[in-house]
Design a protein around this ligand. Structure first.
Ligand code: NAP
Ligand code: FE
Length: 364
């Protein structure tokens, strides 16, 4: 067994302000990577800038990261900032900004890197140090080495092969105060899928189950918020962020499995948010899993059984429908990827995969 999670994680109120010293250890010029506007609205950007100013750290800003960031965006950032002597990169936002920050930190360090480099395991993975400040509660990117990137040339999303773990994760639930409920719901379903897919995974072990079980117990406390039964309080926002980080620590060891693999073409083709696209395949995936594992996981997450779980997901996804053609496309893409077919903890052949996808014999 192996457990590798080399990120210094701080999870507390006013986390960014409290850890200006830790950022100062990383250098004297920072590149702040964000999406178009949310980091400025939710306070993360201002907190980062005041922490940097306090320590006399110069900064430049790249705020062009789109949802499901593309490799094109990564190289556009490199072209713009290659001459700036950047010492470290701060990704502030959801998974898109944080994933983009990791890939930008890699290509700023590896000056000759091109698109092929991102997918070449024989090339060095050294990157500039990365700090992540999450503002959604789903991806756990602040504690993983993964950067999921849109490949327009392939019309799908493919993670770069290099693992770039952040040096620092600065987690503070306050950045969720301004988040719309749909974003909280979609990203929490992503976190839930990480917790479930890491355990129902051929690479699962006791360490993965430890972080995933803790994450599922915390996640269960927030379920009624996602169902709209009560409004989130300050402590709830912290719990949402924390269960997402524990989910990230779990997939950092195991990787994800079939719901994530199936979601990528759906997200590309239909522009469906990541959590929603992944969530669509979760009931089918759980239905196909061995009953003991399924029951244990559902109980930890606070569900009475698979029917309770399926109707929860349906409600959260607002009964979204994906066409049979689109589902066939997902099925064919994953079926052609033997490594992904073997990523589940249980045997998956074409028939089982069709059921998970919801084609032929319906599972959900
Ligand atoms: P996201 O794509 O980062 O952000 C979605 C939207 O939410 C954007 O419009 C963003 O606005 C906005 N937003 C972010 N924080 C907000 C806040 N606090 N208040 C209001 N709006 C806010 O969403 P995400 O679900 O966090 O990330 C999805 C990406 O992460 C996908 O590309 C997925 O593949 C990837 N992912 C990575 C990992 C990993 O381990 N690295 C794991 C799972 C998923 P702005 O654009 O203005 O910022
Ligand atoms: Fe995910």
């Amino acid at each position: 067994m192996k457990y590798y999670m080399p990120v210094k994680v701080f999870d507390e109120d006013d986390c960014v302000a409290r850890h200006a010293d830790d950022m100062a250890l990383l250098g004297s010029c920072a590149l702040i990577v964000t999406g178009k506007s949310s980091a400025k609205k939710n306070g993360a950007f201002d907190d980062i800038v005041s922490a940097l100013r306090k320590k006399n750290i110069r900064y430049v800003e790249f705020s062009d990261v789109e949802e499901n960031p593309s490799t094109d965006t990564v190289f556009a950032a490199r072209d713009r900032f290659a001459g700036e002597n950047i010492d470290f990169v701060i990704g502030a936002g959801g998974g898109s900004a944080m994933d983009a920050a990791k890939a930008i930190a890699l290509v700023l360090c590896q000056k000759e890197a091109d698109l092929a480099y991102l997918y070449d395991t024989s090339k060095p993975s050294d990157a500039l140090p990365v700090v992540c400040v999450p503002t959604t509660c789903g991806t756990g990117s602040e504690v993983t080495g993964v950067s999921v990137l849109t490949r327009h040339d392939r019309k799908t999303k493919i993670s770069m092969v290099h693992k770039v773990f952040p040096k620092l994760a600065l987690i503070d639930g306050k950045y969720l105060v301004s988040a719309p409920m749909t974003l909280i719901v979609n990203s929490s379903i992503d976190a839930l899928s990480h917790l479930l897919e890491s355990v129902l995974n051929s690479k699962s072990d006791d360490y993965v189950r430890m972080t995933a079980s803790a994450g599922l117990r915390l996640w269960a406390k927030t379920r009624d918020i996602l169902e709209g039964k009560r409004s989130p309080q300050k402590e709830d926002l912290s719990l949402l962020m924390r269960s997402s980080a524990l989910a990230g620590m779990s997939i950092a060891q195991s990787g994800t499995s079939l719901p994530h693999a199936l979601s990528y073409t759906v997200t590309y083709d239909l522009s469906m948010p990541h959590g929603m696209a992944v969530g669509y395949f979760l009931p089918g995936f759980l239905s196909a899993a061995p009953q003991n594992d399924r029951d244990e996981l559902l109980q930890l997450a606070g569900f009475s059984g698979i029917d309770d779980f399926s109707s929860f997901i349906k409600d959260c996804l607002k009964n979204v429908v994906i066409s049979a053609d689109e589902l066939e496309h997902s099925f064919e893409t994953v079926r052609a990827n033997q490594a992904k077919m073997k990523s589940a903890s249980f045997p998956v052949d074409d028939i089982v995969l069709r059921k998970i996808v919801g084609l032929g014999d319906q599972c959900h």
